[in-house]
Design a protein around this ligand. Sequence first.
Ligand SMILES: Nc1nc2c(c(=O)[nH]1)N[C@H]1C(S)=C(S)[C@@H](COP(=O)(O)O)O[C@H]1N2
Ligand SMILES: [Mo]
Length: 199
Amino acid sequence: MNKLAAMNTPIFWAEGHPGALNRDNWKLEIKGLCDNPVTLNWNQLMELSSTTVNARLTSVTRWSVYGAWTGIALSTLMNLVKMQASCKFLRFWSVGEIYDTSIPVDIALKERSLAAWAFDDEFLSEDYGGPIRALIPYLWGYKSAKSIVRIELMGYYVPGFWELRGYTDSAEIEAGLCRDINDGGALKNIPGGEVVDFI
Ligand SMILES: Nc1nc2c(c(=O)[nH]1)N[C@H]1C(S)=C(S)[C@@H](COP(=O)(O)O)O[C@H]1N2
Ligand SMILES: [Mo]
C-alpha cells in the first residue's frame, strides 16, 4: 500500500473516480499563451529534470498531509513551452475534463509548485492523482488538480470546478483547526498562508 493510503489520506474525486489509469499511455498537453506548445508522453515527462520538495497538501475541508513530493517544477514546464508574458494564469484539466482549476502565474512559478508524479519515493496511484497531478502547496488543495491531461496558459482567470461551487478563487489558506494526517488525523492549528507546520 502506498504511503498516502497507509496514512488514510482522504481521496477526493468530486467528478467521480476515473478508474485505472495507464502511465504508459499518459499524455500531458501544454498549450495556450506560449511559443512552443507540447504534448508530452510519460517517457518524455520522465526525461525532464525533476525535483523533490517537502511540502503539504492542505484541504479546505481541514486536513493536511506532509511528505516528499517529486515531480517537474511548473517553472521547468513553462520554460520548455516558452510561456509568453501575456500568460497570467495556468488552468489545469483533470482526466475526463470535468474538473479544472486555475492559479496565478506567480504562484505557479514558485519553487514548490509541481507537476508531481511521486510521494515519498512511490509513484502516485490513481486515487491520489497519478500518473501526474498539480501540487500547489501554497494554496488550498482544490488547486492541486489530480491526473492532469492539459495545462492551458491563459491571459485571464476562469473559475474552476470548486470555485464555481463556492470555494474562493484565491484559495488562500486560512488559519484554524486542521487534521494532521501524518499524526493519525489529530486536530491541531495551522497558521494562515502556506502550511509549513502546525502551531
Ligand atoms: N480531479 C480532481 N482533482 C482534485 C479534486 C477532485 O475532486 N478531482 N479534489 C481536490 C481537493 S479539494 C483536494 S483537497 C485534493 C485532495 O487530494 P487527494 O485526493 O489526493 O488527497 O485534490 C484536489 N484535486
Ligand atoms: Mo480539498
